[in-house]
Design a protein around this ligand. Structure first.
Ligand code: NDP
Ligand code: HSE
Length: 434
């Protein structure tokens, strides 16, 4: 039976994502009503700059006092698309204290304070949904949380940041410069308010923390995730990758240890073979592989950033939360019962591609090979060539290792730096996806 009293929504933030949420709520109002079983009404919109022109939004709905909007007594659901830690955290807490369920796209906040926010939602018998916080439009949080709830996820690997994928793709395919590509991604609405979060890997690390928590039913915070950004990736790295039949992507990789007693979570640039499906993920698209014991390998792919794709995920959550409200129920909360520890990066087993500038004289190769052997690292391939810039008496030595613990690999690099015959370490890149 259709309920006639509308469910009232407070939209907190009306920028790239919020403006699209408002647009779809208005243009698809009849469909949303039919799917939910009750009308859903945009009852207030909190922003920072009230005088800004906002197409399609009744100016009477605009307020700068988000707290008052939540406290006025008629709001059922709050959509938080402000971003950042404060005031978003206090507003979400206020919403729960006033019986309001929350939909959020805020990965930074969820990665930092997800446990406390989940606890507050549970304490008040309310929902906290955040599909849009990870991988834009791609349904990933709910499939992992609900569809795979009966399986055991062992590994998740993917591209979870649209901005950096856009930049790396442009650098690789058109030779565009880093800043030029970042400016374009920002203009398209992909980047965070402070794009440092994207390019230094914080945004991907936040998403990795959220996904690892869901995948392994444990608590993983932003600080638990090993993080390297992509600002150091150069045209030379792309040239090296091409010679190996690879490209470079910023990857998030979450793994359960073989003994099942711990997990690892990391974000860093890596070379992947051009034949790997992640190599063909272009522009701001994201793609995530989930490996589960019974299901096998699943791949989720789609637009990873931008107003309209992200609004799709927010609206999906809105419908789910509205349905829960009407059924006087809540969706699944946090599941952290395994309490698995997060191991340090040094324990991760991976491969390195190392490019060295060395003295071009007899015995150097043997010295370098001995250094690898002393650290227990086995070499897969070695390629030596004269320096492309023609520097006399120097050669470029490119070593690709077999899989070894990251601590052994980084120890090897430190020892190589100390050799008299090694003039410099031109680049180090992990190799994944083989
Ligand atoms: P924007 O910067 O475009 O929008 C932020 C909005 O919040 C603006 O409307 C701003 O008001 C409002 N705001 C800022 N401070 C306050 C405050 N103190 N009180 C009330 N309103 C405030 O961000 P996005 O829309 O890009 O991102 C929003 C969230 O969605 C972030 O958590 C982001 O990480 C996440 N997200 C973004 C994606 C994207 O592709 N952009 C994709 C997935 C998630 P005003 O308009 O007046 O400035
Ligand atoms: N800045 C983020 C990205 C937005 O580029 O992926 C989507 O979460």
């Amino acid at each position: 039976m259709m309920r006639t009293r509308p469910l009232k929504v407070a939209l907190l933030g009306c920028g790239v994502v919020g403006s699209e949420v408002a647009r779809i709520m208005t243009t698809h109002a009849d469909d949303l009503t039919a799917r939910i079983g009750a009308p859903v009404e945009l009852a207030g919109v909190a922003v920072r700059r009230p005088s800004k022109v906002r197409e399609g939004i009744d100016p009477a709905l605009i307020t700068t006092d988000a707290t008052a909007l939540l406290k006025r007594g008629d709001i059922d659901i709050a959509i938080e698309v402000i971003g950042g830690i404060e005031p978003a955290r206090t507003l979400i807490t206020t919403a729960f204290e006033h019986g309001i369920s929350v939909v959020s796209a805020n990965k930074a906040l969820l990665a930092q304070d997800g446990a406390a926010l989940h606890a507050a939602a549970e304490q008040h018998g309310l929902d906290l949904y955040y599909e849009a916080a990870v991988a834009g439009a791609i349904p990933l949080v709910r499939p992992m949380r609900e569809s795979l709830a009966g399986d055991k996820i062992n590994r998740v690997m993917g591209i979870v940041n649209g901005t950096t994928n856009f930049i790396l793709d442009k650098m690789d395919s058109t030779g565009a410069g880093y800043q030029e590509a970042l400016d374009e991604a920002t203009a398209l609405g992909y980047a965070e308010a402070d794009p440092t979060a994207d390019v230094e890997g914080y945004d991907a690390a936040a998403k990795a923390a959220i996904l690892a928590g869901i995948a392994f039913h444990t608590r993983v915070r932003l600080d638990d995730v090993y993080r390297e950004g992509m600002t150091e990736v150069s045209a030379t790295d792309f040239a090296s990758a091409k010679r190996m039949g690879c490209t470079i992507k910023l990857l998030a990789i979450l793994e359960r240890a073989a003994d099942g007693e711990s997990v690892t979570a990391r974000v860093h640039p890596a070379m992947i073979p051009l034949t790997h499906p992640l190599a063909s993920v272009r522009e701001a698209y994201n793609a995530v592989f989930v490996e589960a014991e019974a299901a096998g390998r699943l791949m989720f792919y789609g637009p990873g950033a931008g107003g309209s794709p992200t609004a799709s995920a927010v609206l999906g959550d809105l419908v789910a939360v509205c349905r829960n409200k009407l059924a006087a129920a809540t969706g699944p909360g946090e599941s952290a019962y395994t309490q698995l520890p997060v191991s340090p990066m040094g324990d991760v087993v991976t491969r390195y591609h190392i490019s060295l500038d060395v003295a071009d004289k007899p015995g150097v190769l043997a010295q370098v090979a001995t250094t690898f052997a002393e650290h227990g690292v086995s070499i897969d391939t070695v390629r030596q060539q004269g320096r492309p810039d023609g520097v006399g008496n120097e050669a470029s030595l490119v070593v690709v290792t077999h899989r070894a613990p990251d601590a052994a690999l980084s120890g090897t690099v430190e020892a190589l730096r100390k050799l008299d015959t090694v003039r410099g370490v031109a680049s180090i890149m992990r190799v994944e996806g083989e």
